[in-house]
Structure formats: structure tokens, C-alpha cells
Design a protein around this ligand. Sequence first.
Ligand SMILES: Cc1ncc(COP(=O)(O)O)c(C=O)c1O
Length: 357
Amino acid sequence: MHKKLFIPGPIEVKKDVLEKMSTPMIGHRSKEASNLQRDISDKLKKLFYTENEILLSTSSGSGLMEAAVRCCTKKRAAIFSIGSFGDRWHEMAVSNGINADLFSSDLGSITTPQMVEDELSTGKYDLITITHNETSTGVMNPIEEISKVVKKYPDVIFCVDTVSSAGGVKIEVDKLGIDICITSSQKALGLPPGMAICTISDRAVEKARTVKNRGLYFDLVQLYDTVKKKDYQYPSTPNLSIMFAMDYQLDLIMEEGLEERFQRHLEMAEYTRAWAKKNFELFPDEDHASVTLTTVKNTRGISVKDLNSELGKRGFAISNGYGSLKEKTFRIAHMADLTLEDVKELLLTIEDVLSIS
Ligand SMILES: Cc1ncc(COP(=O)(O)O)c(C=O)c1O
């Protein structure tokens, strides 16, 4: 039996979107490939509210996260972490020989604008990374307030991980002054895994040109220059099958309307948070709770593993807590094309399994 996925990626993908992946193949150097890739980029620019160029990468989001920190740091990177995915960005920097410092917040907390101010004002850093939505804890950082601080330091390249938020939450890249905004296909965009996406500012590209040892496959300069010179084509063979699905899904997203899509995500989040507060507790502060997933504190001491296996028999899957939070929390994702009705059905089923109401 298929389990409806309420996990924070991969997510449920609509059948018609999945079917687009069986579109007959085209040559990756053909005019059709250029048209497909240009169309996708144009639609993504709307989704990210940006005039910056879009780069697609046949990798998961991690590929472009590693690329950003490696290609655009010359002096030192300030990596702000509110959980596992922020920590991983630091590991990427260090394992690539990039000078980087990690600034961690307690699990469940945010990166405060003051933390960012304190570090950037030292003048030591020329790149900063922020996790917009930390999937391991269900915390959403105050990106607007953080961006106001970063804007005071125009020589610092501003990189943001929006892997589990883009497509479900409004992220106005140009207004926020984000240089590199990264996401993955398998989250709120409602696509299968296998493609990473980023927006990239001219400033970031020009900076990267001055950085040595950028690698090859994930060299942002080579990706950018090829897109520009070869009419939206890429240096190596991209995952065209996902692109067929992406092009179609982005049309569906625009048909729904971006504002309507963000509102639907908010309604699902608010409903799930209210349910969590009634039956358990919210793990993060409600003010910073994620809009695309809810992390519930396991105040009843239930076996999350048993709950999930019982849900599995009834055709649903949720996520246990991440890492050290494994049995202390559980996570319910409400992103991509799930509806409030889907969420209500899941929560009623959980109540039934746990005999609570
Ligand atoms: C917040 C966040 N950042 C980064 C990643 C890594 O993305 P990917 O698995 O697409 O490489 C994930 C994956 O779950 C994530 O949730």
C-alpha cells in the first residue's frame, strides 16, 4: 500500500507530475532543451521574486550548498546553525579546506539578528550562511530581520538554505538581498528528488571568479557562464526527466497562485500547531515555528516508532525526531500539494491510533 507522505521530503508528488517524467528524451544540446531550461528559469525567477539568474544542478540541494561555500568564500565563512543542516554546511566548508566558523543556537531556537551583527561587525567574514527553515527542529529563522543586518555589510555574500521552505513560503530574494538562495526539488516544490536549484546574484558570480580551486562539477562560475553563453544549457548532461516534471509543476504552482499557495501552507501549519498544542506541545517557540513542518514535543512519552508503524498500516507516514530528538519529538510535514483536508485526515488517524481526542 502506498503511504501518503507527511515527511519533510521526499513529499507526495501528484500523479500527473510524476507522469511527466516519462516524456520521451530530447538531446541536451538541442533547441528544445534550451527552451525547457529557459522556461523553468523564468518561472523560478517569479517564485523567488528575483531578477537574478537561476542555476539548476543535477544533484540534491547539498550539491549547491557545498558549491556556494566553496566558490564564494575567499576570507572566512560565518556559518550560522540552528540544527543538523546548518552543522552540515559547516562540515562542507571545512572538508573543502575553507576557513569557517560555526555559530550554533540551542536546538529549537533561532539565529538572532544580534548574533549575525556581532560576527559580521568583526570584519573577519566575506560569506555568511543561514538556514531559513531547519527541517531537523521545525524552526523557521526570521530571515527578514537577519537580512536587514546582512545588508549593512555589502562585501559579505549572503547564502540561504531554503531547501525545505521554497515553494511553501514567500521568499523575496531581491528584497532580502540574498546572493545565493538554494532549494531542492523534493520538498515544498512538490517534485521527486534529484535536482537542486539556486538563484545567484552577479555579485556572487563576480566574487567566485576571484576564488581559486572551485572544483569542476559544482563550479558556480562554469555553470553560470554556460547558462549565459549556451542559451540555458549546462556543462554536463542534466536530469531532463525531472525538468519535464518541473516545468509542468511550476505551471500548476502558478495556476494555483503563489499567494494562495503560501496561504494554504500557513493554514495547514496553523491547524497542525493548534492540534499539537491541544494534544502535546510544540517543540519550537510558536513565533518561530516552521510553516512547512510541525515538530511536536512528545510530552505523552509515546513510542514514535510504534505510532509510525501503526500509521503505516493505515496508509500514512510521518517522521520521527531528527538525531538526538528521535523519540523526544515527531515531525509532521505539511508541504507541497497536501491540503488542509489531508492534514485533518492524518491528525484524526493519529488520535485514533493513540486513543486521544
Ligand atoms: C534544511 C535542509 N537543508 C539541506 C538539506 C539537504 O538537502 P538535500 O537532501 O536535497 O541535499 C535538507 C534535506 O532534508 C534540509 O531539510
